[in-house]
Design a protein around this ligand. Structure first.
Ligand code: ADP
Ligand code: MG
Length: 239
């Protein structure tokens, strides 16, 4: 058998997280999590509230140092946040008083990317999510779904190789949520980026995932793994 190099982009090894609370308790949030995420896959982690999903995502993002195990991205151990991992939260990460364009371009401006280049990149992604007509609209005038589109564009503009999404559609009404699920698939397909997506909706997980991981209640472990292909059918819809 030939020894192929491991093509896996993200590798999670024996990952555990124990929180030590102020009143002296140990909270075992996640325990012995192992998986590989191949380049460009859409991994969905589904599990009940409190099972450690956010903890897992925050360790991959580099916001939290795990108490056990390690995470490697292209062979390098993750120790801090990095531009190659973009994070989209459930809500609240935008500057409400700035416009769509100002929010979308913020990261690139901070990094000193030149004006023509950042304009081209941001307009391209605003077009992808259908927000071209709203560039000058302040965030506080947008619906929740449109705000999440801006959050996704801001993340994409930094050109990450993986998008980390922590229940990004969790605060939306049912109809908007369905449209946004289709949009997530479109973004995934058109950008070729890996997506690591967390949800507690089983239906959403099945609709989106190429790789589905089901977590147990706390301490969160991966109980079941499935390869799915409903996501290719979802791409036929119009977001
Ligand atoms: P989920 O995102 O699946 O709802 P979390 O990762 O947010 O789960 O939390 C997993 C468990 O860890 C929960 O029981 C939660 O109360 C606990 N937890 C999360 N953050 C902390 C913290 N900073 N200190 C103590 N316990 C925490
Ligand atoms: Mg959570």
């Amino acid at each position: 058998m030939s020894t192929q190099p491991n093509q896996s982009e993200l590798r999670v090894e024996n990952l555990s997280m124990v929180y030590h609370t102020e009143d002296g308790q140990d909270v075992h949030a996640i325990e012995d999590i192992n998986f590989n995420m191949d380049e460009g896959n859409l991994v969905v982690v589904v599990g009940p509230s409190g099972c450690g999903k956010t903890t897992l995502l925050n360790t991959v993002a580099g916001f939290l140092a795990p108490t056990g195990g390690r995470i490697l991205l292209n062979g390098e151990v993750i120790e801090r946040p990095g531009a190659e991992r973009g994070v989209v939260f459930q809500k609240g990460a935008l500057f409400e008083w700035l416009t769509v364009y100002e929010n979308a371009v913020f990261g690139l401006k901070m990094r000193g990317v030149d004006e023509d280049k950042r304009h081209e990149r941001v307009m391209n992604y605003l077009d992808l999510v259908g927000l071209t007509d709203f560039v000058d609209t302040p965030i506080y005038n947008l619906s929740g779904g449109m705000q999440q589109r801006v959050a996704i564009v801001r993340c994409l503009a930094n050109n990450p190789s993986i998008l980390l999404m922590d229940e990004p559609l969790g605060a939306l009404d049912a109809l908007t949520r369905e449209k946004m699920q289709t949009l997530i698939l479109k973004i995934w397909k058109e950008t070729g980026k890996g997506v690591f997506f967390i949800t507690h909706s089983v239906e959403e997980a099945i609709f989106l995932a190429t790789d589905l991981f089901v977590m147990s209640a706390r301490p969160g472990k991966i109980m079941k793994r499935s390869k799915l292909d409903f996501c290719h059918k979802g791409l036929d819809k119009d977001p």
